[in-house]
Structures are given as structure tokens and as C-alpha cells.
Design a protein around this ligand. Structure first.
Ligand SMILES: O=C(O)c1cc(C(=O)O)c2c(n1)C(=O)C(=O)c1cc(C(=O)O)[nH]c1-2
Length: 233
């Protein structure tokens, strides 16, 4: 016989437990970032490689959007793409990340031509995009639930940059300031969808596994940045 489904509170608890154990705020590279011991070169390497993740977020969100048959759902998810791509050139999250790069001494041309992107980062980002391409909507949306943990990490990061990396112009931190609010809202919205859709125990376990996979994506990305070999930044 199939196991009984968890209650919404139990499922929420299990999802939070995955993040508490596996979210990348505990990765050694992030720990060093927050302690203030990254070199200029390491900060620049992180910015160049994380840009590869940022620029693929709207691509994976478009793949998720295409799975929805409900106009209201599509409208809601479209907002995420707008947040990153902006309403016109020179606006939006990707543009803010390019400005972060400039504030830290990484030219936007270098971010855009992806010359500093490490092989392990390409694989991690491909893994996430393809997971969202190939999985049902429930799994793809559940994978975004790392965003429930992101606002706390953004606050820690802003404070760490202001304190330890004053050579980066504070205006460059606009991306993180914006994500505190956007990430919290997106995470809560995705959690509501997952709690509504994951009715059977099998579906609930898939949602938990999707979140664990996403934590592994973020962790692997930082492993590659930490090792650093083979990049040009
Ligand atoms: O800097 C970070 O640590 C971090 C983490 C995450 C995350 O937890 O997935 C996202 C972001 N940033 C981010 O900026 C972002 O736009 C974003 C979108 C998503 C997603 O999966 O839909 N995660 C994240």
C-alpha cells in the first residue's frame, strides 16, 4: 500500500530540512566570502561564473512557463522573466549583475562572452536548465524552492561585501538588494504551488528530491569556482 501523504506542514518541514542541511550558504567558498578572506581574483572569478547561472535563470523559467496551461499561472511566472530581463535594455537583474561585475573590475564584455566560465559551472547550470526542461511542472517549481533560503543569504552577503570588500563600489550591490524582496516573494509563491500540487506521497517525495537536486547544483557550482582551475578570471 502507498504511504500516507504528509500534511502541508509536514511537507514544508521536510523541504526546509533539505535546505537547512544542503543549501550553499554553508559551502566553504561562501563561508570564506562571508568571513572576508576571498582575494580580489576569487571574487571576480565568482562574479564571472555566477553570471552564467544568472543569465540562464530566465531561460529555465521560460521552459517552466511552457508547462502551464493556466493563463493566471503563466502571467505570474512571466514576472520572474521580467525581473531578470527587465522591461527594456539597461534594466533588470541581468543588467544589475553586469554592473556588479563592472564595480568589481570585470568588464561586461567578458561576462557576456563567457570566457571565464569554468567547465564544472557549465555542467551545473546545464544540469539545472535540463532538469527544468525535462521534468513535470511540480518538480521544476520545487527545484526553485532554494529561493526560500536566498533572502537570508543575500542579507549576509550585502553586509559581508560592505564590511570586507570596500573596493567594490556599493552601487554594485543593487542586484542583491533587489533579490532580498524578489527572492522571498518567489519562494513563497513556489511553496504555495508545490503544497497545492503535491498531493500523494510519491509527488511529495519528488518535490523534496527536486529541492535536494537543486541544492547539489548550487553546491557543485561553488565547488568548481573554489577549485578555479582552467578559467581565465
Ligand atoms: O546568490 C545566490 O545565492 C542565489 C541563490 C539562488 C537560489 O537559491 O537558487 C538564486 C539566486 N541567487 C538568484 O539570484 C536568482 O535569481 C535565483 C533564481 C532561482 C531559481 O531557481 O529560480 N534561484 C535563484
Amino acid at each position: 500500500m502507498d504511504a500516507d501523504p504528509w500534511t502541508p506542514d509536514e511537507l514544508t518541514e521536510r523541504l526546509r530540512a533539505v535546505s537547512a542541511e544542503r543549501y550553499h550558504d554553508r559551502h566553504p567558498f561562501n563561508v570564506r566570502m562571508h568571513e572576508g578572506t576571498l582575494t580580489h581574483e576569487e571574487v571576480r572569478r565568482w562574479i564571472a561564473n555566477r553570471f552564467h547561472y544568472q543569465r540562464h535563470i530566465p531561460v529555465k523559467d521560460a521552459l517552466i512557463l511552457a508547462k502551464f496551461d493556466d493563463p493566471a499561472l503563466r502571467r505570474g511566472w512571466l514576472r520572474r522573466i521580467r525581473d531578470h530581463d527587465g522591461e527594456r535594455d539597461g534594466t533588470g537583474g541581468i543588467e544589475r549583475w553586469l554592473r556588479l561585475g563592472e564595480a568589481a573590475g570585470v568588464a561586461r564584455e567578458q561576462l557576456l562572452d563567457a570566457s571565464g566560465v569554468l567547465p564544472g559551472v557549465r555542467l551545473a547550470v546545464d544540469g539545472y536548465v535540463n532538469f527544468c526542461r525535462l521534468s513535470p511542472a511540480l518538480d521544476a517549481v520545487a527545484a526553485s524552492l532554494t529561493e526560500l533560503s536566498a533572502p537570508g543569504l543575500m542579507r549576509t552577503r550585502i553586509a559581508a561585501f560592505e564590511q570586507h570588500y570596500p573596493w567594490i563600489d556599493a552601487d554594485g550591490l543593487a542586484y542583491f538588494r533587489t533579490r532580498v524582496e524578489q527572492g522571498g516573494r518567489d519562494g513563497q509563491e513556489a511553496l504555495g504551488l508545490v503544497l497545492t500540487w503535491a498531493r500523494t506521497r510519491e509527488e511529495q517525495e519528488r518535490a523534496v528530491a527536486a529541492l535536494a537536486f537543486k541544492c547539489d547544483v548550487l553546491w557543485s557550482l561553488l565547488d568548481a569556482v573554489d577549485r578555479g582551475a582552467g578559467g581565465t578570471t
